[in-house]
Design a protein around this ligand. Sequence first.
Ligand SMILES: O=C(O)CCC(=O)C(=O)O
Ligand SMILES: [Fe+2]
Length: 226
Amino acid sequence: MLLQIPQLFSPEEARQLRETLERAQWRDGRQTAGHLAQSVKRNEQLALDDPIAIQLGEQILARLGQNPLFISAALPARVLPPRFNRYAGGGTYGNHIDNAIFTIPGNGARVRTDISSTLFLSDPDSYDGGELVIEDTYGVHSIKLPAGHMVVYPGTSLHRVNPVTRGVRYASFFWTQSLVALDVQRRTLFELDTAIQRLTADHPEHPSISQLTGVYHNLLRLWSTT
Ligand SMILES: O=C(O)CCC(=O)C(=O)O
Ligand SMILES: [Fe+2]
């Protein structure tokens, strides 16, 4: 499932995040790429232990924790610390699939990358190119969102970032291990949850609400892998 989360940050908040990133110490992104991805990666990233990355990453995690759409769609079990990238001067990241497992620096916990997310932090008019292009079972999707908006997509998808031929594209990206490993099951639960929310808003006394909520929890019990 490919889903947009609008306005995780307001335009003003996104501007502040971007201004902080403009002052940060950027490094060649190839340092953090796996063997295969290295040959197609031309961007810059912040080191994982960069104080700016840690501080902004915490702001993003706090915001995600309050976002009902992200929680319902991702059913997050563990979210890896957000990372930050910068593309300019033809910078690009060719087709790749993200690593399946990452280890959280510090505590050594392993996280399965069920869901990938990109939080766009630059105004789309301020740069050319830089679309995140995702290929899934439904086709090819080219995504370029306003600053502060986010896209979530299955970790299983082949994806790339088109060359940035004018301006600078700042973004944060990170991975989530979901309570439910399979995309098709997460999607089913998301649709059921959305329908229950709508029914509850329109007909708060409807007797089917508790029955459907029971079905939701019983499916979650069947499908959760943690
Ligand atoms: O910048 C993006 O939108 C995605 C970056 C990406 O795919 C990666 O770093 O693995
Ligand atoms: Fe990626």
